[in-house]
Ligand binder design. Sequence first.
Ligand SMILES: [Zn+2]
Ligand SMILES: [Zn+2]
Length: 391
Amino acid sequence: MIIFTSPNGSGAEAHFVRDRNVNQATSTAPKIHRYQCPGCSADLIFEPRDGCLSCPYCGRSEPIPASAAEVQERSYDEYLKLRPEQLAKISENALEVQCTGCGTTVTFSPPQVAGDCPFCAAKIVAQPQVADPMLAPEGVLPFKITQRQASDAIKAWLASRWFAPNALVQLAKQELASSVYIPFWTYDAHTTTHYSGERGEYYWETESYVETDSQGRSVTRTRQVRRTRWHPASGTVARWFDDILIAASKSVPPERLATLEPWDMAELKPYQPAYLAGHKAQRYQLELADGFEHAKAIMAPVIESDARQDIGGDEQRLHQIATAYSGITFKQLLMPVWISAYRFQSRVYQVLVNARTAEVQGERPYSPWKIVGFVLLLLFIGIVLFYLSQQ
Ligand SMILES: [Zn+2]
Ligand SMILES: [Zn+2]
């Protein structure tokens, strides 16, 4: 049993029931604020090792009850009009703080503190504030890789990089990666596309040409030449797109986040604040509608390929293409990432670990001395080999 308590300590025992039947207007019941250890009252944190809420002091561990709810798709059109009551805080006691270094907004729950920015390693000095309401996440992939495993994976990754500066390798040995849930949007949409263009069909023609033979005489020969006949073509294609994943974070380059894929979406859990206990979460930086524009860019080449297939023939030209999107739904998902951000010679380098698969992706500086040393070594070997071959 987990005890939920309010900050003033009036313990209210309850199982995990998120939507308690409480009449907001008249209730004086304390709001759920913390996940507390039933043994020693310390704050429980979500433990990646076993997926339970566990006590860092006495080691007690409490499972997070499986939610009967499923990860829901939301209607895009409805949410675009963002009514205030559709916004919520990510958890009851969530605080948020903005990094003056990179501008990102990070949310966390006490007793966790703001600490350093996980994205740019700047010390966060701003006072945390009560988190602004936002579109609540529908699903979460809980952390599965522990901090120890993540740090080991980063060290191994750095050690295997050629020409990494020693100072960076040393830094990686001391630094512990920080855990952040990164926001993503996924979109589903039905598309209907009218296109007009041309269908190209190949045909062969016999062509004569003049050639000079070995005796210097001009002779006329023939050859087969491929030509294309173009016919106007137009039509309609339709396609259903499912779960187009768009990163809603701007703190990590999108192409780097993409290299962390695939995410094991089958393991997606309906969002519960308990998964955030002891971990930070980033507030989405890309709004819902902007994210859909990114999704359109992913759909476009697929639709174009459909239209070309529909046109048929040997070659296709597309002059006009107009797509209508209907039945659009979306979800906001939180994906778990361990991040090490290094400030090295006044630049920030990020190394990311997919906290489901332990895959490491990142950027690193190069040590010019190591490169010079390596080139000199190659030169030396070359000179020795040359000397030996002269003997
Ligand atoms: Zn405890
Ligand atoms: Zn920052």
